[in-house]
Design a protein around this ligand. Structure first.
Ligand SMILES: [Fe+2]
Length: 151
C-alpha cells in the first residue's frame, strides 16, 4: 500500500487553501461599491473557513509522517482570482471564486478516490468533509452570479 498519491494531494490541497486565503483576504479588502459589500463579507468569512481547511490538511499530513509545505515550495495557480484592475468588477471576482471552488472540488474528489484506494479512511473522511464545504461555497457564489448575469 502506498500513500504517496494521498500525501501529494494533501499537499496540493494545502497549497491551494493557503492561496485561496491570500486571494479572498485581498479581494475582501480591495473591492469597491455597494454591489461588492455582500461579496466582501462572504469572502471575509470564507478566509477563516479555508484557513481551517489548511489546518486540518496540515495536521493530517503530520499524522502521515509528512509535512505541509512552506512558502518556498509554494506554487501559485489561481490566475483568475487576482484582484481586478477595475475594483468594482464584482462579476469577474465571482467567476474567479467559482474557478477556485471548482478546482478545490476536483482536488477533493481525487483525494477521496486516492484515499479509498490506499485504504486510508481518515484522509478519505477529511476529503469528503472539505468537499462538502467547497460545494456549499460554490452554491453560494452561483447564487451571486445569477444577479450579475444580465449586467
Ligand atoms: Fe477550502
Amino acid at each position: 500500500m502506498s500513500n504517496d498519491r494521498v500525501v501529494d494531494l494533501l499537499k496540493q490541497a494545502y497549497n491551494d487553501e493557503i492561496e485561496t486565503v491570500m486571494n479572498y483576504q485581498t479581494l475582501s479588502i480591495v473591492l469597491d461599491g455597494i454591489h461588492a459589500e455582500e461579496i466582501k463579507e462572504s469572502l471575509k468569512a470564507d478566509v477563516q473557513e479555508e484557513l481551517g481547511h489548511a489546518e486540518q490538511l496540515g495536521q493530517r499530513l503530520k499524522q502521515l509522517d509528512a509535512r505541509p509545505p512552506g512558502s518556498e515550495a509554494f506554487v501559485a495557480r489561481q490566475a483568475t482570482l487576482q484582484p481586478p484592475e477595475d475594483t468594482t468588477d464584482v462579476a469577474a471576482v465571482i467567476d474567479g471564486v467559482l474557478d477556485a471552488e471548482d478546482d478545490a472540488i476536483e482536488t477533493y474528489r481525487e483525494l477521496v478516490d486516492a484515499a479509498a484506494e490506499a485504504n486510508d479512511p481518515v484522509s478519505e473522511d477529511l476529503a469528503v468533509t472539505l468537499l462538502a464545504d467547497e460545494e456549499a461555497h460554490r452554491t453560494e457564489f452561483r447564487g451571486f452570479k445569477k444577479e450579475y448575469r444580465d449586467d
